[in-house]
Design a protein around this ligand. Structure first.
Ligand code: RIB
Length: 290
């Protein structure tokens, strides 16, 4: 099977900061590094490095050929990435010494995908393939609806969180991944617990406490612990977790096995500075001595 990812592509400018800047504060960075990023690109690279075949559906601007080249060099399918007349998305990311971050997003080309582009790409997907979406592109609900109609397994990573955006795709989802705070926000918006949303699989990430799977059919709850590491940069760790979970399922692991592997990948990722370019490979994850 394959994974189809309607996902953002960003240039990430990562500033190491002595602390995260407060409102009105001017603060000099300690260093600047540039990476390929975007929640979508990070997930595509993660799932590819975990062993899956991934087709990325996205858009870059006239300044974005490098991003397509880099995704392609990493083994991601780039046939469905459009070049549009809007600048490539970018993110300004401040990271403090404990690894926490603050991100300013410029969506750019990520919000310029057309319905025709998405429909044409998904017309080549097969029933049983996985479709993953996040909240950094246009055409999320349209893609989710088409994926559901085709019999794809439709997954939504609800980040950056927006209750309206999640509710627009909810009717089409088989799989939802979100964090604890987002789960509470969604519960307030819908009046329902995550396991009552009619979605087969829900994963709630719990930060340093690990991740929880809720089986929406049986109501079974399973917790997978986080691995103890000293974080230097948490950026992209959630995207890495999602990419590895979906790849695990794509390659035949059960949900517990997929989450355990993804948990190792996420733990390794927070010990590295940067985003897509530094996502670990499956070999590195399996060799990590946790
Ligand atoms: O989740 C991390 C990502 O969020 C970064 O790569 C940045 O581009 C933003 O999309």
């Amino acid at each position: 099977m394959a994974i189809w990812n309607l996902g953002s592509i960003n240039a990430d400018m990562v500033y190491a900061m002595p602390h995260l800047p407060a409102a009105g504060e001017t603060l000099a960075a300690l260093s600047l590094d540039r990476f390929l990023g975007g929640k979508g690109a990070n997930m595509s690279v993660a799932a590819t490095r975990a062993g899956s075949g991934v087709h990325h559906i996205g858009a870059v601007g006239p300044d974005g050929a490098w991003a397509i080249d880099r995704l392609s060099a990493y083994g991601v399918g780039t046939d469905h990435i459009a070049q549009v007349e809007v600048p490539t998305g970018h993110a300004i990311i401040a990271v403090e010494p404990e690894g926490e971050n603050q991100i300013i997003l410029f969506p750019g080309a990520n919000r310029a995908l057309s319905q025709e582009q998405v429909a044409e790409a998904l017309s080549q997907a097969d029933s049983g393939d996985i479709l993953v979406l996040q909240n950094e592109t246009s055409m999320q609900a349209e893609a989710a609806q088409q994926g559901r109609q085709k019999g794809m397994r439709v997954c939504y990573a609800a980040a950056p969180f927006d209750a309206d955006a999640v509710q627009a795709v909810l009717p089409y989802l088989d799989f939802l991944i979100l964090n604890e705070v987002e789960a509470q926000q969604l519960q307030q918006a819908t009046g329902k617990e995550p396991g009552e949303l009619g979605i087969k699989d829900v994963i709630i990430t719990l930060g340093s406490r690990g991740a929880r799977h809720i089986d929406g059919v049986t109501g079974t709850v399973r917790d997978v612990p986080a691995l103890p590491v000293k974080p230097v940069d948490t950026t992209g760790a959630g995207d890495t977790f999602t990419g590895f979970v979906l790849s695990g399922l794509d390659l035949g692991l059960n949900i517990a096995e997929a989450m355990e592997q993804a948990s190792c990948a996420g733990a390794l990722m927070v010990t590295r500075r940067g985003t897509a370019d530094v996502i670990p490979t499956l070999d590195e994850v399996q060799a990590a001595a946790f």
